[in-house]
Design a protein around this ligand. Structure first.
Ligand SMILES: NC(=O)c1ccc[n+]([C@@H]2O[C@H](COP(=O)([O-])OP(=O)(O)OC[C@H]3O[C@@H](n4cnc5c(N)ncnc54)[C@H](O)[C@@H]3O)[C@@H](O)[C@H]2O)c1
Length: 321
């Protein structure tokens, strides 16, 4: 029997995915024990044929015990937690699911922007605590949204923002220029985007190359009324610099869904600022996205089982020429 080990809490639970797994007769081992750094993988890795990965790191040492493993599949997009060279050295293909959760993340970005613009979390807590704290917010229609990273999520967000009447500018060295032109998105350099945008939304991949992409110097370019949204990866923003900018009123607000360590240490000064909205890395957590991603993982495994290739392989060299 084919054995799938997953570290993703959402894999195999939603929509048609559980039924499909049952039809295929595959055994699913869940390693989602948050009290263990590897989620409990080390106890079961020797039995796994395929690993469907959430946010737990896939390390060289972990793979030492993976004697039957044939491939590593990301339940989502960001593969910064997977040691791809270590997988390649063992001949293991690494595949992800591009676009499958893009609309979910983009919708959350819109939701967090509205929370900031209209103080929805503050209004909610005022009512449920017996208060009546009415505040005058602002509308996002007519404002400038700066998208950093015009990939699947960035493009989805751009379309939604246009629907809400926002003006969209973007930066991405590999931007699809035809898409940008067709959707009235002005492509600019990062510094220009930061100085012009009312909302800056980060949708780049994580990892060393983008660590502290937005640091104190970059934050200083933003308008004092502007808001920064990070639904990408924690390391992309210098959190100390962001907290300092907010506490010194050099920035209007922020929305954060991704953290360097998860859950984060809430003694950090960012967590005491009233104009920051937090979510527990939930960008992709919709029924629709988890179903899309799970079905794509399963289709990729089926493809591998008949000697084919998944739709997006991050280390195609494992297949030879
Ligand atoms: N919050 C969540 O739950 C959640 C869910 C899914 C993905 N993500 C994160 O969002 C990231 C983007 O996802 P996607 O599906 O859009 O990926 P994608 O690969 O389609 O797009 C990423 C884009 O970022 C661009 N980019 C990379 N570095 C850049 C930089 N320094 N400046 C400008 N552009 C840069 C790339 O050229 C690419 O076009 C993922 O890598 C992941 O880290 C978060």
């Amino acid at each position: 029997m084919t054995v799938i080990l997953t570290t993703s809490p959402g894999f195999g639970k939603y929509g048609r995915v559980p039924h499909r797994l049952q039809e295929l007769g595959w055994e699913l081992i869940r390693c989602v024990d948050t009290s263990k750094p590897d989620g409990g993988v080390s106890d079961h890795i020797a039995r796994a044929d395929y690993m469907v990965v959430g946010l737990v790191p896939v390390t060289d040492a972990m793979l030492d015990g993976a004697t039957k493993l044939k491939a590593v599949l990301k339940h989502g997009v960001g593969v910064d937690n997977i040691d791809i060279p270590a997988c390649t050295a063992r001949g293991l293909p690494v595949a992800n699911t591009p676009g499958a959760n893009a609309d979910a993340v983009a919708e959350l970005a819109i939701g967090m922007m509205l929370c900031l613009a209209r103080n929805i979390p503050g209004g909610h807590s005022s009512v449920v605590t017996g208060g009546w704290d009415r505040r005058v917010g602002s509308q996002i229609g007519g404002k400038v949204l700066g998208i950093v990273g015009l990939g699947n999520i960035g493009r989805s967000l751009a379309r939604m923002a246009h629907g809400l009447g926002m003006q969209v500018i973007a930066t991405d060295p590999y931007a699809d220029k035809a898409f940008a032109a067709a959707n009235q998105i002005e492509l600019v350099e990062l510094d220009a985007l930061l100085s012009r945008a009312d909302y800056v939304s980060l949708h780049v991949f994580g990892g060393a190359g983008n660590a502290s992409l937005v640091d104190a110097e970059k934050l200083a370019l933003m308008k004092p009324t502007a808001c920064l949204l990070n639904l990408a990866r924690g390391e992309v923003v210098d959190l100390d610099a962001l907290a300092a900018a907010l506490h010194q009123n050099r920035l209007g607000g922020a929305a954060i869904d991704a953290y360097v360590s998860e859950p984060p240490d809430i003694s950090h000064p960012i967590f005491s600022h009233p104009h920051v909205v937090f979510m527990p890395h939930s960008g992709a957590d919709t029924l629709e996205a988890t179903e899309n991603v799970g079905l794509m993982n399963i289709a990729d495994i089926e493809e591998l089982m008949v000697g084919g290739r998944p739709r997006r392989v991050l280390n195609p060299e494992v297949f030879g020429a």
